[in-house]
Structure formats: C-alpha cells, structure tokens
Design a protein around this ligand. Structure first.
Ligand code: THU
Length: 131
C-alpha cells in the first residue's frame, strides 16, 4: 500500500462523512503494520460536542478489530491539506509516535507528509507514566 493508495481510501471514506452541522467532511485511512486498512469519517451530532473526528473513528475501528501497531494514516479534507486536530494527535500518539501522516486535500490530488512526533513534540505517552 503506497501513499497514493492510502490517500485514495481516505478520499473514499470522506464521501461517507456525517457532517450536517459544519459541512466540513473529512476522511481517514489508517494502515496497520499487518497490512490492514481501517477507514473513518467524521461523525457529527446535534449536541455538537460529541462529534468524533475521522482519524479517531479509523483508529477506534482498528483497535476494536485487534490492531495495535500502525504505519501510516492518510487524511483527506478541504481544498488544501489539513492536519489532524490536537485531540487526534494525542490519541494516535498512544500507539504510534512515529506514524507517517499523509495530509491530503479532499480530492487526493496533493498531499504533504510528516511524522506524528513532529506535530506533537514532547508528546505524553504510556512511557511517561513509568518515569
Ligand atoms: N474534523 C476531523 O474529522 N478531523 C480533524 O482532524 C479536524 C476536524 C472534523 C470534526 C468536525 O466534524 C469537522 O471536521 C469540523 O471541525
């Protein structure tokens, strides 16, 4: 699974977004170490605050299917690439501080990459509880 293929899966997942309040659809595709791909889209709620981002939907789907190790995450959102929000960065950091983030526009035409630890420097993870 290369970057372009994972971006394509994020774009496809974006089409399933439930975002009637913001009108901002996001798709994500998470590649696990064993080669599985778990997709997610943002799921909004009339209460607003209970909205869940596409990235966390993908991650929690993966975790509930037994995956624990992750290689890359593609995200597709607006006219240009966007980065995972702070909450998603923290939740992903728990499992994969060096996760490759592939941040694409809504059509998957362009993207940029970064490692999660670059977007969450000095992140707090499981190891910190043992210090
Ligand atoms: N959203 C995501 O799904 N991922 C992000 O990283 C940023 C924001 C969603 C949440 C909400 O449904 C909409 O985008 C606007 O914030």
């Amino acid at each position: 699974m290369n970057e372009a293929e994972l971006v394509r899966k994020a774009v496809e997942a974006r089409a399933r977004a439930y975002a009637p309040y913001s009108g901002f659809s996001v798709g994500a595709a998470l590649l696990s170490k064993d080669g599985r791909v778990f997709t997610g889209c943002n799921v909004e709620n009339a209460s607003y605050g209970l909205t869940v981002c596409a990235e966390r939907v993908a991650l929690f789907k993966a975790l509930s299917e037994g995956a624990r190790e992750f290689v890359a995450l593609a995200v597709a959102c607006g006219e240009g690439p966007c980065s995972p929000c702070g909450a998603c960065r923290q939740v992903l950091y728990e499992f994969a501080p060096d996760l490759l983030l592939i941040m694409a526009d809504k059509d998957g035409k362009t993207w940029r990459t970064a490692r999660l630890f670059e977007l969450l420097p000095h992140g707090f993870g499981p190891g910190d509880l043992r210090k």
